[in-house]
Write a protein of this length. Structure first.
Length: 237
């Protein structure tokens, strides 16, 4: 078991609220005990790196709580956010299964708790329970499908529609819908990172933001967004 810094709280795989919805939900109680003893949990503050691009992948990482951004660095040294991971997501399984290095840097975007599972523990569980490997295979296939869909959107949809789609995706986790249908949301990342997620430059996304404001669809103030009617947002898709 792991104890968090400055807290008496202990995190175990048995009381994990995400386990049944994750790959680990197929494990037996005995296998779960092995998983629990083979992990270390740690808190990360915003900006702290969990693993670095190019590092050997020595295990996998479960997001117990918080938000993680995965960034890649281009030839000019610019860091670009390519995806985000929420509570319940597992990171690092693709390079681990492929025997590869990490293809991006993972950093906490909010206060985050990560459970790092050793490679020896993962390999033992994969050998004991083939269903776990099938779970990771399904997750990999879904991630590939999502990547293809994102590429399709980036080459076919205008920036305005891409921004609307991203806001729709984020609203369920970070937004509050009032009785009159309006939506208030605290964006979990900077505008530069939002632009990277929809495959455009920050200045191009800023123009889309101004268009939304001029058309009365949404108002942006820092990271806070107020959308008058969610149906207006859906109409952009």
């Amino acid at each position: 078991m792991s104890m968090l810094r400055g807290s008496s709280e202990r995190i175990t795989c048995f009381n994990c609220q995400h386990r049944e919805r994750s790959e680990w939900g197929v494990l037996t109680e005995k296998e779960l005990q092995g998983l629990d003893s083979g992990k270390i949990c740690r808190e990360y503050f915003p900006g702290e790196a969990i693993f670095l691009e190019g590092d050997p992948c020595l295990g996998v990482y479960c997001v117990e709580r918080g938000l993680v951004g995965v960034r890649k660095t281009d030839a000019e040294g610019n860091s670009v956010l390519v995806r985000i991971a929420n509570s319940g997501d597992t990171l690092g399984y693709r390079p681990f299964l492929a025997g590869d290095v990490h293809r991006g840097t993972a950093e906490a975007l909010k206060p985050t708790i990560i459970c790092a599972i050793s490679g020896s523990t993962v390999r033992r569980l994969l050998a004991e329970n083939p269903s776990l490997g099938l779970q990771f295979l399904e997750r990999t296939a879904k991630a590939l499908g999502d990547a293809e869909e994102k590429y399709f959107q980036n080459v076919t949809l205008p920036v305005r529609a891409r921004l609307a789609h991203l806001l729709v995706v984020l609203k369920d986790r970070y937004g509050t819908v009032a009785e009159d249908g309006s939506l208030t949301m605290e964006l979990p990342m900077s505008r530069q990172d939002l632009a990277a997620l929809i495959g455009t430059r920050p200045e191009t996304m800023s123009r889309a933001v101004r268009q939304f404001e001029e058309d009365g669809i949404a108002q942006f103030k820092g990271r806070k967004v107020h959308i008058r009617d969610t149906r207006d947002l859906l109409a952009e898709l």
